[in-house]
Ligand binder design. Structure first.
Ligand code: FE2
Length: 365
């Protein structure tokens, strides 16, 4: 494609391309985005908007491949390539692709990827990390069962998010547990740590020992559930995305974590960005009387949807297997187990590093 014509006044530049499309560019925006305003390595802008003078477009001329604009009063000439100009004025893609929503139909195609194969194969690693990003979870096997091997998995894509539970936490039966996770009781579907800000983006759970009966892990796509509630129960969706509730984790003398947030968090485009759901750490609702009855209905709809077998996948982690999931999207739970030995190690990590790793692997080809 080429540039056919350009028109301008003091404020606007109109570029007609050879396919007949016309893009309109604001002069201030062009001046703000001149190539010389970016540092040569990394491309970071070297000035602030307030350092730019009030300016106008004094002239614009073109050939097939580029437009050269003269800015007044600076007397600055800058050339903008056709490819670069054409990359704007369209619908901007998000930095992360839309999630692939799922439900119980995934059960038949669950795949545990071979961990050692990922370590030296960047294409295979990129494919697995992309699955984690798009589906919100991934499964591995043949992870060494030595304690702390979970860190070698985190090293594939990012960094551990340390919390008051430490760099990692052990999930096994403890004598006087501060958390139901450290008992053999059933645990309903939930997200971890809704009382934090920000909530940990990824959780990893690595099985070292499992001689018990039961202890099946369940996962549920909270974004798929949010989508269904938006469609089938719009009034409930409205309440779940606007009314705030409190979460708290208290250990006397050492920790008092609190948040006050909607259960479903939307981004600026209205898409679900995160869910918090945790019956153990949610506090008594403190909304007004004219809201609370409707809110309880909405809360029940959400709770039922998150435990609906139609939305669940289920598997049992055996020694050497590991699951990673998006803790702001995918809920997890487990069935009760007997008192046989069961030892998992878990840790948290951030999603931005995962996304960054995928981009750099893709750039390497
Ligand atoms: Fe959990």
């Amino acid at each position: 494609m080429a540039i056919s014509t350009v028109d301008h006044d003091q404020q606007w530049l109109d570029v007609r391309f050879s396919d007949g499309t016309v893009s309109r560019f604001l002069g201030s925006w062009l001046r703000d985005n001149i190539g010389a305003g970016r540092h040569i390595s990394g491309g970071q802008r070297t000035f602030d908007i307030n350092s730019l003078p009030a300016m106008t477009i004094a002239d614009a001329r073109h050939d097939h491949r580029a437009v050269t604009v003269s800015f007044a009063p600076e007397g600055l000439d800058e050339t903008f390539d056709e490819d670069w100009l054409r990359s704007f004025g369209r619908e901007s893609p998000d930095v992360v692709p839309a999630p692939t929503l799922w439900g119980a139909e995934l059960q038949g195609s669950l795949h545990f990827e071979d961990f050692p194969s990922l370590v030296d194969d960047s294409k295979r690693l990129a494919a697995w990390l992309t699955h984690v990003r798009d589906h919100g979870f991934g499964l591995l096997e043949n992870v060494p069962t030595e304690p702390e091997s979970i860190f070698t998995v985190v090293d594939l894509f990012g960094y551990v998010r340390e919390t008051n539970y430490g760099r990692l936490f052990d999930v096994r039966v403890e004598p006087d547990p501060a958390n139901l996770a450290f008992t053999s009781l059933r645990i309903g579907m939930h997200t971890d740590n809704p009382y934090r800000d920000p909530v940990p983006g990824l959780q990893l759970l690595h099985c070292l020992i499992n001689d018990s009966d039961g202890g099946e892990n369940q996962l549920c796509d909270g974004f798929a559930v949010a989508d269904r509630i938006r469609r089938d129960h719009p009034d409930a969706f409205e309440l779940l995305t606007t009314q705030r509730v409190r979460f708290r984790f208290l250990e006397e003398g050492s920790t008092d974590l609190q948040s006050y947030v909607p259960l479903i968090d939307l981004d600026a485009a209205g898409n679900a960005r995160g869910l918090r759901y945790n019956s153990r750490s949610i506090q008594a609702f403190d909304m007004p009387a004219d809201v609370i009855a409707g809110y309880y209905d909405a809360y029940r709809i959400l709770g039922e949807a998150l435990h609906d077998p139609e939305g669940l996948i289920e598997f049992r982690l055996e020694p050497g297997q590991l699951m990673v999931f998006d803790n702001q999207r995918v809920l997890h739970g487990r069935s009760a187990y007997n008192e046989g030995r069961r030892h998992l190690q878990g840790c948290y990590a951030d999603k931005d590093s995962l996304h960054s790793r995928i981009r750099t692997l893709e750039a390497q080809g």
